[in-house]
Design a protein around this ligand. Sequence first.
Ligand SMILES: Cc1cc2nc3c(=O)[nH]c(=O)nc-3n(C[C@H](O)[C@H](O)[C@H](O)COP(=O)(O)OP(=O)(O)OC[C@H]3O[C@@H](n4cnc5c(N)ncnc54)[C@H](O)[C@@H]3O)c2cc1C
Length: 434
Amino acid sequence: MVNRYIIIGAGVAGISAAEQIRRLSPDAEVQVINGEPYPFYRRLSLSTYLQGSTPLESLTVKQPEEYEALNIDVIQGRVARVEPQANRVVLTNGTPIAYTGSIVATGGHAIAPPIKGLDLKGVRLGYWDMDDTFWYEEQFKTVKNAVIVGAGVLGLELADCCNRAGLNVMMLQLGDRLGEPLTDTAAGEILAKRVRDTGADFRLLTSATEIVGDESGHVVAVRASNGEEFPADIVGVCCGIRPNASFLEGSGILVEKGCIVVDEHLRTNFDNIYAAGDCTWVQGGMMLGRRPNRTWQVATMQGIAAATNLMGQATVYNEGLFYNAGVLYDIPYTLLGVFDPPEGQGYTSRTYDPGKGDYNYFKLTFKDGKLVGALLMGRQRRTQILRKMIEGQMVVAGHEHQLMDAKFKPKHLKEVETAGDRDVEEKLATYSSR
Ligand SMILES: Cc1cc2nc3c(=O)[nH]c(=O)nc-3n(C[C@H](O)[C@H](O)[C@H](O)COP(=O)(O)OP(=O)(O)OC[C@H]3O[C@@H](n4cnc5c(N)ncnc54)[C@H](O)[C@@H]3O)c2cc1C
C-alpha cells in the first residue's frame, strides 16, 4: 500500500512540508488540506497589495496546476478533528481521510481582547488573511476614520495602509512603545515620529475599553482607558495571534499555552504526527519575550524539517540566530540576536552615527567581548557582516567602535576569529596586550 501523508493547512509551513515530502518520497501520496478559499499566497505581502504596490496575482505563490504537476493533492476544506489512534483526520463536512503520517501546519488567528462592542458592524477582528484584506480594501472606498487597537507590527502595517488610503488614523497601544516586541525604546520613538509625520496619531499605555455603536449597530467611536473617545468608522483589532489548535482538543495531541508542543524534531507526542509554523511551540526553542519567534522564514524551515523527520531522515531543527527584517511605515529594519538586551545580565550596547536622515538608528549589543545582537532601522548597512560576526561568535573586544565602519572587515579579527573552545578571557587578554 502507498504511504499517504496529510498536511493540515496550506500556508508556507504546510506547503514547504508537502514539497519536501515529494522531494524525499516521489511515490507517496501527499494531500494538503487548504482551509482558505485561495491557493497558497504570500501572507507577508498583504499590506503591499492593500497599498496598491503588489498586484493581486503576484500574491499567489503557485497555481493549482503546479501542484498537479508535483502530484500534490490540494483539498479544499477544514479539518474538524484528528484521531491519532485511528490514524485519520475528519473534515468539517464529515469526510474521513486515513494517513500514514501527518503534519499540522494550521498557523494562527487574531486574539479577541475583552472589549465590549467587538461584534459591531465596521469592526474587524485581526488583519491576517486574504478575506481580512479584501474587507479593509472595500471599507477604504467609503470610510474616513480608523481606530487600530494594538500597535505591534501588524497594527502598524494596517495603520500604514489606512494612512495611505487617506483615512484619519488613531492607534491605541497598551505597551509603552510602538512596534513592541520588535523594537527597543529608541526604535519605538523613531516609529512614533514617523507615524506623526504621516499625519496619523497614537496613544501609548492606553487600551480600548469599549467600542461604541449607533442604533443600526455600526461602530461610531472607541472609548479609551485614558478617558478619551475617538471617532471611528472602522476598527481594526490587532492584539496578537493565537495558534489554531483548538480543533485538536480531545485528540491527545499535547497543546500547551494554546500552542502545539513539539520536540527538537518537530514531533508531537505521537510518533507519526508532526507540527510546523506559527501553531507550534518548540520545546527549548527560541522565544521572543513570552512567545515563540513567528516568521515566514521560521515557518518555512520548520515545514521542511518536520517533513524530513516524518520521512525517516532524523534531523534536529535548529532555528539558529534570531532574525527578523521588514519594513514598517516605510522604514526598513533588521533585528539580529539579542537586539533589546535585558538589564543586569552583563550586556552592553552601543549606538552609532547612522548619518543624515530622521529615521535611522544603529545599535549593537555585546557580551563577553563578542557581538551578540544588532538593531538597524532606516539605512541598512553591513547586516550580512554583522550576522557573520554574531554567528561565528567572533571576539570583537577593542573593535566595538569600528564595527559599523564600511572599511572594517571580519578578517581584521582573524587571529581570534571564533571563540571555539579557547577561553574567552584568554582572547580578551590577547587584545588588551596589543
Ligand atoms: C499582514 C502580515 C504581514 C506579515 N509580515 C511578515 C514579514 O514581513 N516577515 C515575516 O517573516 N512574517 C510576516 N508575517 C507573518 C508570516 O506571514 C507568518 O509567520 C507565516 O505566514 C506563518 O506561516 P504558517 O504556515 O505557519 O501559518 P499560516 O500562514 O497562518 O497558514 C496556516 C493555514 O492553515 C489554515 N488552517 C487553520 N486551521 C485549519 C484547519 N483546521 N484545517 C485546514 N486548514 C486550517 C489557515 O486557514 C491558513 O491558511 C506577516 C503576516 C501578516 C498577516
